[in-house]
Design a protein around this ligand. Structure first.
Ligand code: LLP
Length: 433
């Protein structure tokens, strides 16, 4: 028996994270019309389950908010790069923001038109640049003067003109976790405004480059609109200076970073975001690009895990589950909060404060710390919520653990969009010498 929360300390601690597509029916958790318990029995845990219609709704909400201005969404596939997930957005008309040759490979596998792909990354290799040019992507976002020189050289060698946007670091504090804040001058990303302007002005020095855009991305899980407004204002000033110099840009890329609610906290809506930013965009005579990742996917996914053991060490309760930091890294590296709730709700359960931990041999292997949660028994299932973004994509095989399956639910149907890894997957490219 784990230690219970004393009655006098008892706030109303259990709450359930639900949305239009993930929630309880008769005390059982469902993703759309599919019973999570049944899926977990069939496909084992840890198991990622996604709601296709949540993804679609989020996309449409974003699209709708900006329908009156010239804009385009490029799904930041780093948030969830399963082919079916990318393809869901591509079929809705989305472009794709790809951050490596591997992401470009995945994106193109979905059949997306390369003219709807942007190639990003602060450190592109020669091969990545070459591949981007070969495939004729819409544009390459360059992040340093040396990279621009290299793109110019490679494009020249290929007899091509590279379409390039410069990523500008607007030096704005996005007030998010330091690891996912990217728009401060002390971050590695982009170039400062002055440098950017001087490169645009020196465009004749890069005969194999056509500068088509200007870009920023100030961070991720941003929960206030203010930093976006500040950054867009700064970037707009630069846009006008470039225009004054005689260069007309086609794209103004705002990046991603729009936050979502992980614990029922209030975050700005995309309509509020649009209301504040559209007046700024209206001054610009070009296409506005957005690269949302998390906003489109985070709350459309759950990670299902089985309770293995309950125990007390010292003064602390521990719930040991079969998902670990290799399955969901965010709590370990960002102290990120993911709500954890039972697949089957019981009315008579005690409330406890516990760490929810995985089987990996590290103290940093946890999914929740000092969490108020209802007691659960060995063999029961828990859902780690908001796991649709930066979940599966950040998994590893640490401790030779096999990655679980991914299921995409669509109404009363589901599809296994990636199978659970086999032991052979773990060693497929190794040799004993
Ligand atoms: N565009 C660029 C250039 C990016 O670097 C990113 C994310 C995005 C768009 C999409 O940002 P979003 O809309 O998803 O916030 N692993 C971290 C998040 C890292 C985000 C990296 N860049 C996490 O689990 O919180």
């Amino acid at each position: 028996m784990l230690k219970q929360v004393q009655h006098d300390q008892k706030k109303k601690i259990m709450h359930y994270f639900e949305n239009e597509h993930i929630g309880y029916k008769n005390n059982q958790l469902y993703v759309e019309e599919i019973n999570v318990n049944e899926l977990a029995k069939e496909f084992e845990t840890p198991l990622y389950i996604y709601s296709k219609n949540h993804f679609i709704n989020q996309y449409k909400e974003f699209e709708n908010a900006f329908k009156n201005i010239n804009h385009k969404i490029f799904y930041a596939m780093k948030a969830n790069f399963n082919l079916s997930v990318i393809s869901t957005f591509v079929k809705l008309g989305s472009g794709v923001d790809a951050n490596s040759e591997g992401e470009l490979y995945r994106a193109l596998k979905t059949g997306v038109d390369p003219s709807k792909v942007i190639l990003t990354s602060v450190g592109k290799t020669k091969n990545e640049i070459k591949l981007g040019l070969e495939k004729n992507v819409l544009m390459i976002k360059a992040e340093s003067e040396e990279e621009i020189e290299l793109i110019n050289k490679i494009a020249g060698g290929m007899n091509k003109t590279a379409r390039v946007a410069i990523r500008v670091n607007p030096d704005v504090d996005a007030k998010t976790h330091p690891y996912i804040s990217t728009g401060l001058s002390s971050n590695k990303f982009g170039v400062d405004s002055k440098t950017a302007l001087s490169i645009y002005k020196r465009r004749k020095d890069f005969p194999h480059i056509q500068f088509t855009g200007i870009d920023m991305h100030i961070g991720s899980q941003i929960t206030s609109i203010d930093p976006f407004v500040e950054a867009v204002q700064k970037l707009s000033e630069l846009y006008f200076e470039i225009e004054k110099d005689g260069l007309k840009l086609k794209h103004f890329d705002v990046g991603g970073g729009m936050g979502v609610s992980y614990n029922s906290e209030k975050i700005f809506s995309i309509n509020e975001f649009a209301e504040r930013t559209i007046p700024l965009f209206k001054n610009l005579d070009c296409e506005i690009i957005f690269e949302p990742g998390r906003f489109l996917t985070a709350n459309g996914g759950i990670l299902v895990t089985e309770v293995l053991y309950n125990k007390i060490n010292g003064n602390k309760n521990f719930i040991v589950v079969d998902a670990a930091m290799n399955d969901l890294l965010r709590p370990s590296i960002y102290h990120a909060y993911h709500h954890i709730q039972p697949i089957q709700k019981f009315d008579d359960r005690n409330e406890i404060v516990a760490d929810v931990v995985g089987p990996i041999c590290e103290s940093g292997d946890y999914l929740a710390r000092d969490r108020e949660i209802s007691e659960s028994k060995s063999g029961e299932l828990l859902a780690v919520m908001s796991a649709g973004a930066y979940g599966m994509v950040m998994t590893s095989n640490y401790n030779a653990r096999r990655r679980g399956a991914e299921i995409l639910v669509d109404g009363n149907k589901y599809h296994v969009i990636r199978s659970r890894e086999t032991f052979d997957h773990l060693i497929w490219d190794e040799k004993i010498v």
